[in-house]
Ligand binder design. Structure first.
Ligand SMILES: Cc1ncc(COP(=O)(O)O)c(C=O)c1O
Length: 383
């Protein structure tokens, strides 16, 4: 069954979406493709996993409302989001951030037909918006960070959607830039939507976004995600948070899709957030930083090769391959059972801009990561 999906997905298809490429890597020990956390548990995290039956018991015994509130508080306060709206119903727990994205997309589609979206960014955001018949207008990263958005663009859309920190570039929208974006969205009565799934990796994204959004008073939505940080075998939740005046049927559409997330997962996420607050987050930052150095050191002197995201702190690293095509390097790597991620699909509007890049996952144990990157080096020397 899985084999036939592999055959169908691959077939040398450079138009695969990112998840299709990631699927091909799932059974390899040398999977440096997807952005999920797959490194070994730390001793503190192992202790939590050893207590899984107790967490299950807690999930059975206690009121869901309380468990959910504690989980949201532990996670959002860990990452500096002290002003998130904590009144009931304003943080919707979802099975994953993609489910939160689907709910938001469906809600947006009830009131508008166009959305401005960051380019490049993770392609399932574009796919879910388009899947709900929304027309997309790209916002490139340089203009986004460089100054005000074009008034013409803002007049032609109902929502501006930004991923911060961005996947794959790691770029963060700083506080003053977010404030100005929110002001412009308020002036044009446009919803400002953020995907902050990768914020845990970068303290520059730990300023209180909710304080900024609420003080400016634009209509807004934020998608948060516990899923990228900790190696919990995809036991995770996404959260869809939104302004009181968003003017979209978000709660109704949420209830069309789900009742809620398992209380055991809510307890687990809370416990991992507590462990992170007690030093685990700093440890994770050091670990990802070390893996980034390892990748750069092993590849740095190869001719034509560069690392475009010099300041990135997120758990992925792009490598620009010079004039080597990403999908060809991918195919050569695959012969050694190493799977990286070609970057064309991040450029959902202009795939050619990503043709000569690969993305490498850093949330991996250092030994298999080092072996994968050594193989990548050997492959690149041949090109
Ligand atoms: C920025 C961003 N948002 C959302 C998602 C989707 O996450 P999930 O697969 O857990 O739904 C991803 C996945 O990599 C992502 O990079």
């Amino acid at each position: 069954m899985a084999q036939s999906r592999v055959a169908k997905v691959y077939a040398g298809n450079q138009e695969n979406n990112l998840t299709e490429w990631e699927f091909l890597a799932l059974n390899s020990e040398l999977n440096i493709a997807d952005g999920h956390a797959r490194q070994e548990l730390t001793p503190g995290q192992s202790k939590i996993i050893d207590e899984l039956p107790l967490l299950f018991g807690e999930g059975e015994r206690r009121r869901v409302e309380e468990i959910e509130r504690e989980c949201h508080r532990a996670y959002l306060q860990l990452l500096g989001q002290h002003s998130y709206p904590s009144t009931p119903g304003r943080v919707l727990s979802c099975y994953s951030s993609s489910v939160a994205m689907e709910i938001l997309s469906r809600a947006l589609a009830t009131r508008m037909d166009s959305v401005a979206l960051l380019h490049p960014t993770f392609d399932n955001i574009a796919d879910l918006l388009r899947g709900n018949s929304l027309r997309l207008l790209p916002i490139a990263e340089d203009p986004l960070h460089g100054g005000d958005l074009d008034d013409e663009l803002l007049r032609s859309v109902g929502c501006v959607f930004i991923t911060t920190p961005n996947n794959p570039t790691g770029k963060v929208v700083p506080e003053e830039r977010l404030r100005r974006l929110a002001e412009q969205c308020a002036e044009h009565d446009v919803i400002l939507a953020l995907d902050t799934s990768f914020r845990g990796f970068d303290t520059r994204a730990h300023y209180d976004h909710y304080a900024v959004l609420q003080s400016v008073g634009c209509r807004w939505a934020v998608i948060e995600d516990t899923g990228k940080l900790w190696p919990t075998l995809d036991l995770k939740l996404g959260m869809l948070v939104f302004s009181e005046d968003i003017g979209l049927p978000v709660s109704k559409i949420y209830s069309d899709i789900l009742l809620g997330v398992s209380p055991m997962i809510l307890v687990l996420a809370r416990r991992f957030a507590e462990d992170a607050a007690n030093g685990g987050l700093d440890e994770l930052h050091r670990f990802i930083g070390g893996n980034r150095e390892l990748v750069r050191a092993q590849l740095a002197d190869l001719p034509g090769l560069t690392f475009p995201d010099a300041d990135s702190k997120v758990s992925v690293e792009r490598v620009h391959l010079g004039d080597r095509p990403g999908t060809e390097v991918w195919a050569a790597l695959r012969e050694s059972n190493v799977y990286a991620l070609p970057c064309r699909a991040f450029h959902w509007d202009k795939p050619n801009e990503g043709s000569n890049m690969l993305r490498i996952a850093l949330a991996r144990s250092s030994e298999p990561l080092a072996r994968s990157v050594q193989t990548l080096r050997l492959v690149l020397e041949r090109f």
